[in-house]
Write a protein of this length. Structure first.
Lengths: 323, 317
């Protein structure tokens, strides 16, 4: 920040106020954290099976659309409608994850390229669907109240912010991921394939089945992340000129959280608050919002370079011991 | 029908040129064994620097500005690619993760600078665009003349030339042989006295430079300003062209032209009688679907360089 001739102290104060300044800001910050949690979970879950899911962005977009569509097209009592919309979002995301999963498992196609391509396919297809459904417009109708995650109680508590029940869904999914990975046979197999797929194969596990399964579950998490935006924050869907960025930030969340469920909570809290808090920086300190994106990108970069830092530390230690 | 072709082919070539530059850049990097997902970020950097230089120096250099802007964009993007090179070659970082970071960093830095310098979300429009001209003599050839040689961008001709030069360099020179050997079997190359690290660095820098030119060409021919959506997936489409072209410069050239054709159709399908009924979304997703199919092996075997994505560690087997 010093390089770019801005006052870092006012910048940080603005950031701080943006995150914790008043109860409204806290509410909005928590709201921002919920999709980050789910995107982070999605990336982390795939990583644990040795897969790099860059497609979280696309899976999130189709999830968003599926949730919004179900929210509009059906008229059901809340107790059925809301879960139905959530499941639809998860299913759409899972479907989007299924394709690269199957291609990876059966044809050994690298999942990174396929998921990137699927992102763009999702973006264009969803935009086209929105256009068709809204009769040439750029926006879907608002979802019905019965499918909404909005909560007056949480909203009132935080000075009429857009905080919604989504955060509980997201936290529940953290538990689900922990449970799958640590407490079930499937989770054990998934992790084994991630560590060493040959060894897993010798042990009689089907690497292919687990790869597909991991991508499907990862996609479902991402789809739910889209549902947060559809049913909670925005309540509708507009056609998009570019990506939301949540899926890519999810990579940073997962990396920082070391791909563990608990770590993802920390990562999502950090990046979610940074991202929302940064919105306050242009007003209070005149610093462009993008500073936070720069920070997030640098974090990814340095985590990727972590190897050399570790090597450096080990060398330092060895030198000390020699002396 | 001929009118349609007169209309579409120039658009095709114009939208393919940035893809060609960037895809060729990708070929260099990946042939040396370094995955470069960061093409998008490098292109963004190039597009931004190109516009910036053009805006500030248009008065000084006049008609030369866009060409100098390409040069500057090339150097800055090559410099930016050094980050990726250091991380993925020397620091043995995960090349995909590092590439993703480059993409995010490129966009964030460019937007941050735009807001800092211009105080708004996008730059002003440039006055000195890359000029279009008629190729003498060739434009008089019936049918082909108006299709290919009327009102072409100089940068498009450059792009096609670069593809052939790249083919020559990679397949006909000692450097190219080294580049390919480093990407296929770095240990064997090392045994033969080839400096793996050096070759890989050079390759990644070349890819950065070419992606920078690609971005600057895009911003100075098609958008003429820079904003958050200026480069929106072109880098990834170039990546797709590279894969679809099977990691071969001329293949990448063909694929990029083909994708350019798809983009041209997407833009202009509504004004063509034959295609007006097909929703443009099909043309938009066409390149991406095709790439997935190519990777899945439905369109002939696409084979990546063997050592792609693996950092080379001396003495490891």
């Amino acid at each position: 920040m010093l390089i770019s001739d801005y006052n870092p102290i006012t910048g940080y104060i603005a950031l701080w106020n943006g995150i914790f300044g008043d109860s409204y800001a806290i509410g909005e910050t928590i709201r921002q954290i919920s999709p980050y949690l789910l995107a982070g979970l999605a990336v982390a879950f795939a990583f644990r099976t040795g897969l790099f899911n860059i497609g979280v962005e696309g899976q999130l977009i189709v999830g968003w659309f599926a949730a919004a569509y179900v929210g509009i097209a059906f008229d059901l009592p809340k107790i059925i409608h809301l879960p139905f919309a959530l499941i639809a979002a998860a299913a759409a995301g899972a479907l989007w994850g299924l394709v690269p999963g199957i291609l990876k498992a059966t044809l050994k196609v690298h999942e990174v390229i396929v998921t990137i391509m699927m992102n763009y396919i999702a973006l264009h297809v969803v935009n086209a669907l929105i256009k068709t459904l809204s009769g040439g417009g750029f926006k879907l109708e608002r979802i019905h109240q019965s499918a909404s995650l909005r909560s007056e109680f949480l909203s009132n508590l935080t000075d009429y912010s857009t905080l919604h029940y989504g955060i509980f869904v997201a936290l529940a999914m953290v538990v689900v991921m922990w449970f799958i990975l640590e407490k079930t046979k499937t989770g054990f197999e998934l992790k084994s394939v991630g560590y060493n797929d040959n060894a897993a194969r010798y042990a009689g596990m089907s690497a292919n089945k687990n790869i597909v399964l991991a991508m499907v579950i990862s996609g479902a998490f991402a789809g739910l992340g889209g549902a947060m935006e559809a049913l909670g924050t925005f309540g509708n869907m507009s056609s998009m000129g570019g990506f939301t960025g949540i899926g890519f930030d999810g990579i940073a969340v997962a990396l920082l959280g070391a791909n563990t469920p608990l770590g993802v909570i920390f990562g999502a809290t950090l990046f979610g608050s940074l991202k929302y808090g940064a919105n306050n920086m242009p007003n209070e300190a005149g610093i462009p919002v993008e500073i936070v994106s720069i920070i997030i990108a640098l974090v990814i970069f340095f985590v990727a370079c972590g190897y050399i830092i570790r090597v450096g530390l080990i060398r330092l230690r060895n030198k000390k011991e020699e002396k | 029908m001929l009118d349609v072709l007169y209309f579409i082919i120039p658009i095709t070539i114009a939208s393919a040129a940035p893809l060609i530059f960037t895809a060729i850049g990708g070929v260099f990097s990946e042939r040396s064994g370094v995955i470069n997902i960061g093409l998008e970020g490098l292109m963004i950097m190039g597009a931004f620097i190109g516009i910036l230089f053009n805006l500030f120096f248009a008065d000084t250099f006049g008609a030369w500005t866009p060409w100098l802007a390409l040069l500057v964009a090339m150097f800055v993007s090559a410099l930016f690619a050094t980050l990726h090179a250091v991380a993925s070659i020397s620091f043995r970082a995960d090349q995909v993760v590092s590439g993703v970071a480059i993409n995010m960093l490129g966009l964030a830095i460019a937007l941050f600078s735009v807001k800092m310098i211009f105080g708004k979300g996008q730059t002003d429009f440039i006055q000195q665009k890359i000029p279009r001209f008629n190729v003498p003599f060739l434009e008089d050839i019936p049918i082909i003349g108006p299709m290919f040689f009327k009102l072409v961008y100089g940068s498009s001709i450059m792009a096609i030339a670069v593809a052939f030069i790249a083919w020559f360099v990679i397949y006909k020179t000692p450097f190219g042989l080294r580049l390919r050997s480093v990407g296929e079997h770095p240990m064997a190359a090392d045994t033969m006295g080839i400096k793996v690290t050096k070759i890989r660095y050079i390759a990644v820098l070349i890819s950065g430079g070419l992606a920078g030119i690609g971005g600057a060409v895009y911003s100075q021919t098609i958008t003429n300003d820079f904003g958050h959506a200026t480069i929106n997936g072109q880098g990834f489409m170039a990546l797709a062209a590279m894969i679809f072209g099977k990691w071969h410069p001329l293949g990448a050239l063909g694929a990029a032209l083909f994708f350019g054709f798809a983009q041209a159709l997407a833009i202009s399908s509504s004004s063509i009688k034959l295609l007006a009924d097909i929703p443009s979304v099909y043309f938009h997703i066409f390149p991406y679907v095709l790439t997935i199919l190519a990777l899945a092996g439905f369109l002939g075997k696409a084979k990546a360089p063997k050592a792609l994505g693996k950092p080379y560690v001396k003495g490891n087997r």
